[in-house]
Design a protein around this ligand. Structure first.
Ligand code: FAD
Length: 440
């Protein structure tokens, strides 16, 4: 691992530089190495990710555990990436990105150093510098008016095995609790806040004293609301560290995720589509982005001898946007829908019928069907499907150029195509309703 390594313009340009070593940047670097044999360089603004002393505990925690702490995932990914020989540079905050006339990209860092690269992938999160520089003021973050206090209750025996979604109609609070270990659980309590406080500057990690104070105050409020003392109040009294966050949407959402000459600056993960609360699939969407892009690079940019070439990079990016923008927009809309439903749980009139519906859905399906849409997608299949369409289109273009009109569909073909379209619409409808698509 290279740490604080100085970079200069005289170095041979990197093939791929990644800005941001979060979950998505790390997954992308490993996927590219595995699929294309290219070693990306990662530049991360943080000085370190976690306490070096803090080791992951191995154990036989049953597989029913459904939660994973994000820093633990990041730590595992970081160790795996370094183990694969991927250079990871800490203390490298991007300040600017300059696209040169020769197509190369200069990445300038806050410490005065810079790195030149052929391709740049911006994986630097919701406040992406790459997005700011490239998309300019075409878009900005707009806060949703929902705040969340989240934390981990440690040394507190877990009383419930699965995920729980309690809510209060008195204070408008609603929450999710899930186990992350035998004596450990994660909670995220949401409640609406006035718009003027929504874009608060003091989001982020709370000091241990503040964490305890805020969680105790929240526990009292929820106790008054009648939340179950052992399931939901006790964990709040076992918190040492909490985080307060606000949620934001990119408004307007980005219509393109690639910028610069030949589209060689590309956004991935939260940088392209910050997650909205509730559905909790931001990392999942970012990981899918990373897998999709890496698989497209393998299919379109690695030649038969295994060499990486940029000839078809533009096509790879075009397909990446074609596949990923509708998918992430759809999940974002689902998340907003889920948010509206959660807010309604605070409404006395709607509450009873809504709770009945939620309990019924969870009993029948194990979760709300809207949540399944995130897990019913196979990124490689979606790429292969688009590539097949692309190849067919290319073939048709060649044939049409030599024999105009020969490929005009016959009446029989037209009927078959109409039937196929109808089936596709039905599948899309089923996917929307139940989260499953035949063949995926
Ligand atoms: C309360 C909460 C609960 C969540 N629950 C879930 C869940 O259950 N499931 C799920 O899938 N997702 C969940 N998410 C979303 C998920 O955490 C994010 O979508 C995911 O972490 C995004 O990964 P990323 O790598 O794109 O961005 P980030 O994790 O934000 O990583 C970006 C990295 O870039 C670095 N960086 C930033 N700026 C610069 C710069 N200028 N130069 C260099 N480096 C820079 C940062 O230090 C960071 O390491 C949750 C999020 C929150 C807030």
């Amino acid at each position: 691992m290279a740490n604080n390594q100085s970079t200069s313009a005289e170095q041979k340009p990197a093939t791929i530089a990644i800005v941001g070593g979060g979950i998505v940047g790390l997954v992308f670097a490993m996927a590219v190495k595995r699929h294309c044999g290219i070693t990306c360089e990662i530049y991360e603004k943080a000085t370190k990710f976690y306490d070096e002393e803090d080791e992951l505990t191995e154990g036989d925690w049953e597989l029913t555990s459904i939660g994973i702490r994000r820093w633990k995932l990041q730590k595992v990914l970081f160790q795996a990436a370094v183990g694969m020989g991927i250079p990871f540079h800490f203390c490298k905050a991007t300040k600017d990105v300059i696209i040169r006339d020769d197509g190369l990209i200069d990445v300038l860092f806050e410490d005065g150093s810079q790195r030149t690269t052929q391709l740049l992938f911006g994986c630097d999160g919701a406040h992406s510098k790459d997005c700011e520089v490239m998309a300019g003021d075409a878009t900005s973050l707009e806060y949703t008016g929902v705040t969340c206090l989240m934390g981990i209750a440690e040394n507190c025996p877990v009383k419930q095995k699965g995920i729980s979604f309690p809510s209060s109609h008195t204070s408008g609070c609603h929450a999710v609790y899930f186990p992350t270990g035998p004596n450990e659980q994660c909670f995220q309590v949401h409640w609406p806040i006035p718009v003027e406080q929504a874009n608060s500057g003091n989001w982020g990690n709370l000091t241990d004293t503040m964490s305890k104070k805020e969680c105790r105050a929240l526990a009292k409020r929820l106790k008054r609301d009648g939340w179950h003392p052992r399931f939901f109040i006790e964990p709040l009294n076992h918190v040492t560290h909490a985080v307060r966050v606000g949620f934001a949407l990119m408004k307007p959402s980005l219509k393109k995720w690639s910028y610069g000459k030949n589209k060689r600056v590309v956004l991935v993960g939260n940088a392209a589509h910050p997650p909205v609360p509730y559905i909790g699939q931001g990392a999942q969407m970012g990981i899918e982005d990373a897998g999709t892009m890496a698989w497209l690079l393998k299919k379109l940019c690695v030649d038969s001898k295994g060499n990486f070439t940029l000839e078809n990079f533009g096509k790879a990016v075009e397909l990446y946007e074609k596949i990923r923008i509708p998918r992430t927009s759809h999940i974002s809309e689902c998340s907003e829908e889920m948010g509206k439903m959660q807010e309604l749980r605070g409404d006395v009139d709607a509450r009873d019928s809504l709770e009945f519906m939620i309990q019924g859905e969870v009993m029948m399906n194990g979760a709300l069907p809207i949540m399944f849409q995130g897990v019913s997608h196979h990124y490689q299949k979606s790429v292969d499907r688009e590539l097949r369409k692309f190849e067919l289109e290319e073939q048709r273009n060649v044939v049409s150029a030599y024999m105009p009109g020969v490929l005009e569909p016959s009446d029989g073909e037209r009927k078959r195509n109409a039937k196929k379209e109808e089936e596709e619409m039905r599948e899309a409808f089923e996917a929307m309703m139940y989260g499953t698509v035949a063949g995926q």
